[in-house]
Design a protein around this ligand. Structure first.
Ligand SMILES: Cc1cc2nc3c(=O)[nH]c(=O)nc-3n(C[C@H](O)[C@H](O)[C@H](O)COP(=O)(O)OP(=O)(O)OC[C@H]3O[C@@H](n4cnc5c(N)ncnc54)[C@H](O)[C@@H]3O)c2cc1C
Length: 410
């Protein structure tokens, strides 16, 4: 008989404990939200595979990625965030209650932050699956560089990760042969990395090539490259191969529910809001220009802050705005506008005259426009007439008479 899953309630569930998820956890837990971070592999995420991080502000000594993310983890824990090391297997994010399921648990949350990052793309060449990870094809120089001391390695790709990690490999390997799909001298990495790589005596480049197949008995011993212009097959003897040809977003779990771009990355606005209320995305998993630790941290901060605002606004909305116990009227305005500000007196007058029978409240969108969004209209000012906890209709011609008449014709 299938075991019943243990149910746990949280304000926020964060999927993924990379730089984005850890930062979101710091912000959520600091705002006193009950917060759990679920991670299927390594706390610290992709950054833990990076040997030297040169560009994360505040760390001038080029630390390992995990040195930075370990500190983030400590900070999140100190604030009160909980961690669970397991894989999220399914989610239902469409309702007001968000459901996140692992093998043993069912987490019910008010808000979910998707920070599941991405994973390395593979070449799709013949026999590749026979050699993945410990049989000769690696995606992590930090993890596997030392075991390649005095060996010959092949690197696939010419982006920042390929060239920077390739140069790191030259500290160990006797030769690093880089397969680049472009014409001689053209690479996808930044200019500084390119110049350094071209000047590195341990690095060799095979231009205009892609991988045709991987060969070897039990372990990879040859990468067969194909020249893109001549179709010539070029067997390259090696001890190991490192693939750095980009990433695939980890969005399989949510692809039916959350809007993605054609490449599968989550679409958000600058508040990290997805198409679903209460669901936010941060870091490499979302569609954005620069995927780095610094930007993942920025996203995580915004997502954590946005989740806190969303939860607070939902509570205000349920308790004060869309009340079920009394019909009422909500004045939605922008306090920066003098004319809109003046109309507040109408609501105050109505409260003192009819407050026993109806509830009246005002929402200043300058402070927060989330409640206005929940009321279904974002062009202000207006009065929303609430009946049985729901918006019945809007009034644009705002006067005491119009509001009270609308309520009396319930
Ligand atoms: C080789 C390399 C070198 C790099 N060098 C630099 C650099 O020098 N400077 C820099 O700023 N950036 C660098 N980056 C980029 C940087 O590492 C990423 O931008 C950053 O780590 C993204 O953080 P993230 O939190 O968005 O995602 P990730 O770090 O990818 O974290 C996502 C986490 O979610 C987890 N996850 C996914 N699915 C699930 C699930 N279903 N259940 C539970 N957990 C799940 C994953 O296991 C992962 O730990 C480098 C990347 C690579 C690969």
């Amino acid at each position: 008989m299938a075991r019943e899953k243990k149910i746990e309630h949280y304000d926020v569930v964060i999927i993924g404990a990379g730089a984005a998820g850890l930062t979101a956890a710091i912000y959520c837990a600091r705002a006193r939200l009950s917060t759990i971070v679920i991670e299927k592999a390594l706390v610290g995420g992709l950054a833990t595979y990076t040997n030297e991080i040169w560009n994360y502000p505040g760390f001038p000594d080029m630390p390992k990625g995990e040195a930075i993310t370990d500190l983030m983890k400590v900070q999140a824990k100190n604030m009160g965030a909980k961690f669970k090391l397991t894989e999220v297997q399914s989610v239902d994010l469409t309702g007001e209650e968000k459901i996140v399921e692992t093998f043993r648990n069912k987490y019910i949350a008010k808000s979910v932050i998707l920070a599941s990052g991405g994973r390395p793309r593979t070449t799709g060449a013949k026999n590749e699956e026979n050699y993945l990870f410990d049989k000769g094809i690696s995606f992590c120089a930090t993890c596997d560089a030392a075991s390649n001391t005095d060996k010959v390695v092949v690197v696939i790709g010419s982006g920042d990760a390929a060239i920077e990690e390739g140069m790191f490999l030259t500290k160990f390997a006797k030769k690093v042969i880089v397969s680049v799909m472009h014409d001689e001298g053209i690479m996808d990495c930044n200019e500084i990395a390119k110049e350094a790589a071209l000047a590195n005596p341990k690095m060799e480049f095979v231009w205009n090539t892609v991988v045709d197949s991987f060969e070897g008995e039990d372990h990879l011993d040859t990468v067969v490259l194909r020249h893109l212009k001549t179709n010539e097959l070029i067997p390259v003897k090696c001890d190991n191969c490192f693939e750095f040809i980009g990433y695939i977003p980890n969005t399989e779990l949510i692809k039916e529910q959350v809007t993605l771009n054609p490449q599968g990355y989550i679409l958000t606005n600058d508040r990290m809001e997805t198409n679903l209320e209460g669901v936010f995305a941060a870091g490499d998993v979302r569609d954005k220009w620069l995927k780095q630790v610094a930007t993942a941290v920025g996203d995580g901060a915004i997502a954590g802050y946005a989740a806190e605002k969303y939860i607070a606004e939902t509570e205000v909305f349920e308790c004060n705005v869309a009340r079920k116990d009394k019909n009422g009227a909500v004045y939605v305005y922008n306090a920066v506008e003098a004319q809109q500000r003046e109309l507040v007196t109408i609501i105050e007058a109505l409260t003192s005259r009819h407050g026993e029978n109806y509830h009246f409240c005002k929402v200043d969108v300058y402070k927060s426009d989330g409640i206005a969004k929940k009321l279904g209209r974002t062009n202000y000012p207006y009065v929303a007439i609430i009946k049985d906890g729901k918006v019945d209709h809007y009034i644009d011609l705002i006067s005491e008479d119009n509001i009270i008449n609308a309520l009396k014709t319930s």
